[in-house]
Write a protein that binds this ligand. Structure first.
Ligand code: ACM
Ligand code: ZN
Length: 716
């Protein structure tokens, strides 16, 4: 991009000369019509669209100069993205600022642009929450504005079946509805967390809905007009409870659609019955008629194999097909669908579980349990979409996956070595699961602004990306989201999560709060902040322990997620005769959460100079306690990132800084604290269950960037 000086103003007298016979110019016209009240159909043909001879189908050139705009693209998609860029270059005008001469101005600029990845996606879970036609079209518009091109539509899961299938009407007559929002299904009687969320909203009502075929066709067309491919997902062999309740004959012999074990994942199609494949192929035949997408997603994640283990039909299938175990049975299932789709010139996409028991011939892997599944698939020469829980799960809280973290995502990870392996990465995708998203507003809040960060990651090459630059562009962009009516998560201030009350006094100083476009309000009495609470205007002097709560109050009066600072009493201490390193105590045993270390006797205690698992016991199940002193080299604000597999916890000065407890794969959780120069008691706890362990602690502080906590700061 080159800014060439001066600007161009769109005027009602202007028109478009579409020499390339694109449809993209119509989008420009209709946007102008609705925003400015004129449709660029005047006689001064100042805006020219031309066919380019060379360039990728999504690439474009945009030249804004003296009295003239030229868009060049080889294909309509490129011209469409040029229009989105024009839209982004236009100011976000506030009411009253629109004047005929000053209103619709863009800077003079030359842009040559193309995306780095061909799969720039968002997945929306419509099973747990049903959004409907209107909302889905809005979402598609928002994806288009950010130049995303793939909408992965999760239409089937345990929360409801959302697509009409003529041959199996009960799928939507029965399967699209939850009798009661407490997770009670007709014929079932259980309760899982994802449904419970909806109770508050719609207590006691039948909840659900589905898309008719006409509605699906309408949305598919709407999406295609915006160069977004809809990739439908029909989940199998698991996550299909509505289908099993509607057609129980698809269950394994002797099984009720009831999660006796395995949580809500225990509902699986019988892999032994031929009826299952007759059903799925009939369903898929109708799905293929509706969706022209080359890629068709069949899910295949989180399949509990318990019923298959006991089913005589499944046993016979394994015998007949020479399959060693139920993992191979799942693989066989997926291969069968893969072949069926390939015979119809479509390509199967599945979550990374499809690698287990052998990957099907033409399958594309969507890597969600980290990136390792994607790496393994790429090394086998298969296409990959990266969508790891670490960066791409927009149902996770912002304090776990911040917008900054999303911006740091790179789908082409270091473990991909050769150019061929790297080229297997089609792109990346965010996933919006809705177990805990009961409303449209909440979905938007979880999606924006993280989606904007992801859109830039997937479009723009790494060497051209800069978080500080993005952050600066993001702040004014929020008013654009306001105008579009999109709810969003405001940028978090730098907030300590814990503060130590040293010598009866502490200060909560929130960097950057004054630069935010929303007022920050706070309380110290435990109540949630509202617009009537005290407004934060500068550092707060704190003289007693307690919970201090902070929240932005948005223009429409809604309150952002509340951030809490726990102020803890602390008597500064200086240890005598410290020696380098922390003491590590190790415990063998099986825990699902961090144990109470006080009640345990360690197997051994040694000294380590760094925070990690180097001194772990020889077991897949264990816990460790690292203890000693942390030396803060100067007064200031320290940020910590505690990484572990499984649970961990960081306390400093007896105050919890990061609680990262519970079983999980490796990921980092953040916390922050203001410290004065000196020594502080530090404790890092962790436990591991089932193998695959890790532990790390990084920090940043006054004058240094995020880095591992070096040995020189650890003492005992
Ligand atoms: C998934 O999140 N189960 C793909
Ligand atoms: Zn079976």
């Amino acid at each position: 991009m080159e800014l060439t000086g001066g600007s161009f103003t769109f005027l009602p007298s202007m028109g478009i000369d579409d020499q390339g016979d694109f449809t993209a110019d119509n989008h420009l016209r209709s946007m102008f019509n609705s925003a400015a009240g004129f449709s660029l159909s005047g006689s001064d043909k100042a805006i020219v669209f031309k066919r380019a001879d060379t360039g990728g189908e999504e690439s474009y050139r945009l030249s804004v100069g003296k009295g003239r705009i030229v868009v060049e693209a080889t294909e309509d998609a490129g011209a469409f993205y040029a229009v989105q860029t024009i839209r982004q270059l236009l100011p976000d005008l506030i009411e009253g600022q629109r004047t005929r001469t000053r209103g619709w101005t863009v800077p003079n600029v030359k842009i040559a642009d193309e995306p780095q990845f061909g799969w720039r996606g968002l997945m929306m879970d419509e099973s747990r929450h049903f959004f409907g036609v209107e909302y889905t079209k809005n979402l598609i518009d928002w994806l288009a504005l950010h130049k995303l091109n793939s909408f992965h539509w999760h239409l089937v899961d345990d929360g409801g079946w959302r697509v009409e299938i003529d041959k199996y009407p009960k799928l939507t007559e029965i399967g699209a509805w939850r009798e009661d929002t407490d997770g009670v299904w007709p014929g079932g009687n259980w309760n899982f967390g994802n449904i419970r969320m909806l109770v508050d909203e719609k207590q006691g009502k039948r909840y659900g809905g589905f898309y008719t075929k006409d509605q699906i066709r309408e949305i598919v067309q709407y999406s295609a007009d915006r160069h977004i491919t809809i990739v439908p997902e029909i989940e199998m062999p698991g996550h299909c409870m509505p289908a099993l309740i509607s057609y129980p004959e698809l269950l394994c012999e002797g099984v009720e659609p009831h999660p006796d074990t395995g949580g809500s994942y225990s509902n699986v199609f019988c892999a032994g019955k031929d009826l299952t494949f007759e059903f799925l192929e009939n369903v898929m035949t109708e799905v293929l008629e509706l969706f022209p997408s080359k890629f068709i997603h069949i899910g295949a994640d989180e399949v509990w194999k318990g019923h298959w283990e006991k089913c005589s039909d499944c046993a016979k299938r394994m015998d007949d097909e020479g399959l060693a175990d139920t993992h191979e049975l799942q693989s066989w299932f997926v291969r069968k669908m893969d072949k069926w789709l390939a015979d119809r010139d479509r390509r199967l996409v599945g979550w990374d579980e499809i690698l287990e028991g052998g990957l099907a011939e033409g399958a594309t892997v969507m890597s969600w349990r980290g990136v390792s599944g994607g790496v393994a698939a790429a090394k086998q020469g298969r296409d990959v979409v990266m969508s790891p829980t670490s960066h791409c799960y927009f149902d996770y809280a912002y304090n776990n996956i911040s917008t900054e973290k999303v911006y740091a995502f790179n789908p082409v990870v270091d473990d991909l070595e050769t150019d061929e392996e790297k080229a297997r990465v089609l792109g990346g995708q965010a996933n919006v699961w809705t177990e805990w998203i009961p409303t449209e507003e909440r979905a938007e809040y979880m999606t924006f602004p993280r989606l904007i960060a992801l859109a830039e990651v997937l479009w723009t090459r790494e060497e051209r990306r800069s978080w500080p630059d993005f952050q600066q562009r993001l702040l004014p962009y929020f008013s654009r989201l306001d105008r579009l009516g999109i709810n969003y998560h405001p940028v978090n201030p730098d907030l300590p999560e814990t503060a130590l009350l040293m010598n009866k006094s502490s200060v909560i100083d929130i960097a950057g709060a004054a630069d935010m476009p929303w007022p920050l309000h706070w309380t110290s009495n435990g109540a949630d902040p509202t617009k009537n609470s005290r407004r934060y205007t500068g550092p707060i002097r704190v003289t007693r322990p307690g919970l201090y709560k902070f929240a932005f109050v948005m223009k429409d009066g809604t309150v952002s997620d509340i951030r809490t600072v726990e102020v803890v009493s602390y008597r500064p201490r200086t240890p005598k005769n410290v020696k380098p390193g922390l003491k590590v105590s190790a415990y063998t045993g099986s825990w699902e959460m961090l144990p109470d270390f006080n009640s345990l006797t360690p197997e051994y205690t040694v000294v380590t100079d760094r925070i990690g698992v180097a001194f772990k016991p020889q077991s897949d199940n264990y816990a460790m306690l690292l203890k000693g002193w942390l030396y803060a080299p100067s007064d200031g604000f320290y940020r910590f990132r505690l990484g572990s597999d499984d649970g961990s916890r960081l306390t400093i000065g007896g105050a919890m800084v990061i609680d990262h407890d519970g079983p999980h794969g490796h990921n980092e959780k953040a916390g922050a604290m203001r410290l004065k120069k000196g020594f502080y008691p530090i404790e890092v706890q962790m436990f591991e269950i089932g193998g695959g362990d890790s532990l790390s602690l990084r920090w940043s502080g006054p004058g240094f960037q995020m880095k591992p906590v070096n040995p020189e700061y650890l003492w005992h």
